[in-house]
Ligand binder design. Structure first.
Ligand SMILES: [Zn+2]
Length: 342
């Protein structure tokens, strides 16, 4: 990681002089090193060794993502260290009780949680998803606060931007975009590459999927969203759609509806430049709609609201839907009011 790259956000009223910046930057880098060391020590202790073919997929993905970064004019990150961690350790590493893995841009690690007897093919697909995040545009930041303590400023290092996601004190933005782009990338990589490395498992999956779709009366278009999900009650893995089906569906429709849609999504996800995407999005759906889209959490009610927004008949209707979707986002509502959108 380039040590000069960390931007400093001064959260105190005291102004930062150049010497302060040096101190903060050194402190931030030390915090990163400490966290990296501690985190890797824990991960080495609880992770399980990867199957050879899974490691091979991770290596191939590294080469693939590195090339893609370069083709979008970005310096690729160092190869992240990938850890498979048994599901029982999830609570120790994450506050969420539903995630399949995570990417940590501070220590450049990727963790995928594994279930007992989980097929290597599915572990490889989870790695593909997490590596989409790991190679997406990243920006860490150092928050400094002098008010916390007079002579020993408090420095907190965190992730600020990750692909389409921005984590700011005003709120978190871009989950639909980033998760949709990452999962769509993982599905495509899975279908084109991973499936060929595990032909027998892939074939049984296709059979199981067709049977499931027939039983449930599902449309052909839903097939890519189906994979094994873990049922916590029965502690078994079974066919189903995951929560990612929503963001993937939205990103897919943006790719179809917007001119050069895929390119716009890639620019936002890989380069962190979502201005061109915002422009086309608002041309299609109206002023202020991109901010609303970026503010939504990945939930069923968001997808329903987005559907309504996409099919709004007039300006008035659109405003009402936007107000409703921003009900728990006063800052964003206010911003749109100031701009005369709401
Ligand atoms: Zn993800």
């Amino acid at each position: 990681m380039n040590k000069e790259d960390i931007p400093i956000f001064n959260l105190s009223k005291t102004e930062l002089i150049p010497e302060d910046k040096e101190v903060v930057r050194a402190e931030a880098n030390r915090a990163i090193e400490n966290e990296t060391e501690e985190m890797k020590r824990v991960l080495r202790e609880i992770s399980i060794p990867m199957n050879e073919r899974v490691s091979m997929v991770a290596d191939e993905l590294h080469a693939f993502q590195t090339e893609r970064c370069k083709s979008y004019g970005r310096n690729p990150p160092d190869k992240p260290e990938v850890f498979g961690v048994p599901i029982e350790y999830r609570a120790r590493l994450s506050k969420s009780d539903s995630i399949g893995g995570f990417t940590n841009s501070i220590d450049n690690t990727v963790v995928v949680f594994t279930y007992p007897n989980e097929l290597d093919m599915w572990i490889a697909k989870k790695i593909a998803h997490e590596l989409e995040h790991a190679y997406a545009y990243h920006q860490n930041r150092a928050d400094v606060n002098f008010e916390a303590s007079e002579d020993d400023p408090q420095v907190i290092v965190g992730c600020y931007r990750r692909g389409g996601v921005t984590l700011s004190p005003k709120g978190e933005y871009g989950y639909f975009l980033e998760e949709g782009a990452a999962e769509l990338g993982a599905i495509e990589y899975f279908t084109e590459h991973i499936s060929k490395l595990f032909p027998d498992d892939y074939e049984s999956y296709l059979k199981e999927r067709s049977k499931f779709m027939e039983e449930q009366g599902l449309r052909e278009a839903t097939k890519d969203y189906l994979g094994p999900s873990y049922n916590r009650e029965t502690q078994t893995v079974q066919m189903g759609a995951t929560i990612y089906a929503y963001p993937v569906g939205v990103v897919k429709s943006l790719i179809d509806e917007l001119p050069e849609g895929r390119e716009l999504i890639n620019q936002a996800h890989i380069r962190g430049n979502y201005v061109p995407l915002a422009r086309e999005f608002e041309k299609l759906l109206g002023k202020g709609t991109f901010r609303v889209f970026m503010s939504l959490p990945i939930k069923e009610e968001s997808i329903r609201g987005l559907g309504e927004l996409f099919s709004a008949m007039n300006e008035r209707e659109r405003k009402t839907i936007m107000e409703k979707l921003l009900h728990s986002r006063p800052y964003d509502k206010e911003t749109l009011r100031r701009r005369g959108v709401l």
